[in-house]
Design a protein around this ligand. Sequence first.
Ligand code: B12
Ligand code: SF4
Ligand code: SF4
Length: 361
Amino acid sequence: MTEPDSLRQRLAAEAAAQGFVAFGIASATATPLAAARLRQWLAEGCQGEMLWMAETEARRAAPAVLWPAVKSVIMLGMSYAPPRDPRWLAAHPARAAISVYAQGEDYHEVVKKRLKALARWLVAAAPGADVKVFVDTAPVMEKPLAEAAGLGWQGKHSNLVSREHGSWLFLGSIMTTLDLGLDLAPDAPHADRCGSCDRCQVACPTDAFPAPYRLDARRCISYLTIEHKGPVPEEFRAALGNRIYGCDDCLAACPWNRFATAARAMQAFAPRAELAAPRLADLLALDDAAFRAVFSGSPIKRIGRDRFVRNCLYAAGNSGDPALLPPVAALADDPDPAVADAAAWALARLAQRPRSPMSQG
Ligand code: B12
Ligand code: SF4
Ligand code: SF4
């Protein structure tokens, strides 16, 4: 006769049924180094204008400060592995590069819905357990917790790398009051597998890593295109290339991606056809209403039309494509000062660098 499956085994099976390809459990006290490292990162000002990172420091640094009753943290990963290396778009400067994570449905919605379903299952299976679910926006340090739960390790690009899914995992967590006991015993932390590799560090177009494992967000294209308000500092505009929302270069450079396959990614994250390689000329023409309509259900919607068009103007300036002069000129008097400033910059740059007839669009 076989033993009945443990709660842990049934939970893992349920997580897989919900589409999570990575699963592990950490004790709520399993990340003792994270608090000091977060403090140092904030003290160096690496968070830039993300003031919420400093405001939530105490809760972010330790799950028990966020929720004193928490005992275990169930960490989950969902794959968004792309069908091809996203850097292919760099050779098509009249097209916009949207980072892989934002080409499909909004992961906050997709992951949270599945986390809630899994948490409901857990409460039904272990009556009396209290649970809270988190993905991205709550003050939780998801990467060190995922490493502690054995899902992978924080690579030198600072994101979690998985042996099976490379850099392409979204993370989410379920905190619970369930005691560690026999059933929800924590997993061993994952060992660092970066070795002497430095590909992600070399790949970064803006030199955003002051040291391996440490990112200065103020220099990161993901921060500059998504979080930074107002004009992007001039020193970074050329390095943006055609990246208009986020950046994948350090992730895509990682050799561990060779085991990742799009077949294991959630269907919801498959690129929407119109976001895989959109024409800059079309994006520059978006007004508020059209922007909201195109990006409904996409994480891009949250930056709003003005910041989005600002980014497209930097990309247009970098394109060297004279065909983009008219749509750029049409934005020179835009009521948003950052858009008007970006249009002026793009016009000046296009005047300096006409594209060679050989370059592709
Ligand atoms: C703020 C934030 C950003 C900021 C800052 C990124 C950063 N590295 O901190 C910006 C806007 C730049 C950003 C960009 C991106 N983000 Co982001 N972001 C976050 C958020 C909200 C908090 C991260 C955080 O706590 N940062 C604070 C720093 C101090 O923590 P840390 O990065 O873990 O730093 C560690 C290292 O510095 C390390 N360390 C320091 N010194 C040393 C020394 C040694 C020797 C060692 C070993 C380690 C070490 O210790 C620190 C603590 O663990 C998380 C969601 C969450 N709630 O956790 C998502 C999250 C990290 N982002 C995510 C993603 C997908 C991205 C992008 C890929 C999006 C894109 N394509 O544009 C990029 C990647 C850029 C990059 N290389 O990091 C995913 C990453 C998933 C994964 N597999 O890891 C997360 C987890 C969201 C999610 N739920 O899936 N992000
Ligand atoms: S996301 Fe891009 S800009 Fe940011 S650290 Fe990685 S390679 Fe550099
Ligand atoms: S590219 Fe190399 S150094 Fe960077 S995370 Fe991957 S294995 Fe580590």
